[in-house]
Design a protein around this ligand. Structure first.
Ligand SMILES: Cc1cc2nc3c(=O)[nH]c(=O)nc-3n(C[C@H](O)[C@H](O)[C@H](O)COP(=O)(O)O)c2cc1C
Length: 184
């Protein structure tokens, strides 16, 4: 099993990047993951760039689509920006949702995590990410896990609250279970 991970924050000290690391610690032996390194280098979605007259797509888009096709599951880890998911993440999901009918994201098991400074734990962003993933054609888990409280919630690649860490592990387990059922 291989998991593609998209983190919706580009900043070096991102809590959501740390949350992705927390989630990856829950992967069973033999399961691998790629945290996609350059969501920020994707061009803004433009239908004229998507196949267009030449039938080609920008290299960064082709690489992301190939990675999605090769992955068994998708994990989205999102901050909340003004009550929703960051544009950079929405942009990546828009690219993955095309071409219509042959999209690399179609049918892929997906799950959503999010961290923010507030007690709401990026709830609106998580909800919006689930909706976008569903519309894009992913087989997305409705349940998500949010980490409130900002940096104080983390101790390295661990969550301070054991129950929350378990919830992340359960979500990762459910995602892999869905992927295994599809592969069987
Ligand atoms: C442009 C912007 C908008 C934000 N809007 C929200 C918001 O609507 N709700 C919220 O809880 N936090 C909001 N925040 C705070 C982020 O949740 C916080 O900065 C978080 O640490 C960002 O995730 P990161 O650490 O992974 O970069 C916002 C931050 C930025 C930069």
């Amino acid at each position: 099993m291989h998991v593609l991970v998209l983190v919706g924050s580009l900043r070096a000290g991102s809590l959501n990047r740390r949350l992705a690391a927390v989630a990856l610690r829950h992967l069973p032996a033999g399961t691998t993951a790629t945290v996609w390194p350059d969501l920020g280098r994707l061009p803004h979605y433009d239908q004229d760039l998507d196949g267009g007259l030449t039938g080609t797509v920008p290299e960064s888009v082709a690489a992301l689509r190939t990675a999605m096709t090769a992955a068994d599951a998708l994990l989205v880890v999102t901050p909340e920006y003004n009550g929703s998911l960051p544009g950079v993440l929405k942009n990546a999901l828009d690219w993955l949702s095309r071409p219509r009918g042959q999209a690399s994201i179609a049918g892929k098991p997906a799950a959503v995590l999010g961290a923010s400074l507030s007690g709401y734990a990026a709830r609106w962003a998580r909800e919006d990410a689930v909706r976008v993933l569903r519309v894009a054609g992913a087989d997305v888990l409705e349940e998500t896990v949010g980490v409130p409280g900002g940096p104080a919630a983390f101790a390295g690649d661990l969550l301070v609250e054991g129950e929350l860490d378990h919830a992340v592990g359960d979500l990762v387990g459910a995602l892999l279970g869905r992927a295994q059922a599809l592969a069987a």
